[in-house]
Design a binder for this molecule. Sequence first.
Ligand code: MD3
Ligand code: FE
Length: 200
Amino acid sequence: MTVLHIRDFEIHSGYFAPDAQQKLVAELRGILGKAPLLQPVTPRGTPMSVRMSAAGTYGWISDRKGYRYEPQHPFGTPWPQIPGVLLAMWQNLVPDARAPECCLINWYHSEAKMGMHQDKDEADLSQPVVSVSLGDEALFRMGNTTRGGKTESVWLRSGDVVVMAKAARHAYHGIDRIRPNSSTLLPKGGRINLTLRVVT
Ligand code: MD3
Ligand code: FE
């Protein structure tokens, strides 16, 4: 396990070993059985390429009405609990933070991407965000606290964990592309990203 600092982003490469990744995927299957992945649309009605679900007290929702956190899946059921291994990771990496209230689950097929954006739907932006990558590698682009300017990119691999605190918490970021078939973790390929956030 090595830690890389790029600006205020802290990348723990290989935080989860292959066996821990497999266990996490098995837990996610249980969660997604109860709270299925759905394809969100933007407030303008454009479908996103990423499919989403969540665990925890709140899940992040995007639809015609806007972006927000909701205490239930669109099907009307509460979100499943955040896996203990992720709560332990949060405690280990950001011990001074409040407890995470959302574990957003993003699933990327081989062509999926996520445009540059800021995460600012949370009430307390002084709290960090921690993300876990599973499955195929992804080209993660890190920008600035305002749109535009120079960016830096890094390939995130299965088992990597990124901590966003301080300036990084306010930075524009996105996923340019996935490297298909770069991991054998997920039988059908693709990438899962988990982001833990404090919402309230
Ligand atoms: C920087 N997800 O769900 S994870 C997102 O790989 C999101 O699915 C990407 O951006 C993904 O909002 C990138 C890294 C990440 C997550 C949250 C952040 C970077 C962040 C919040 C604030 C700043
Ligand atoms: Fe984001």
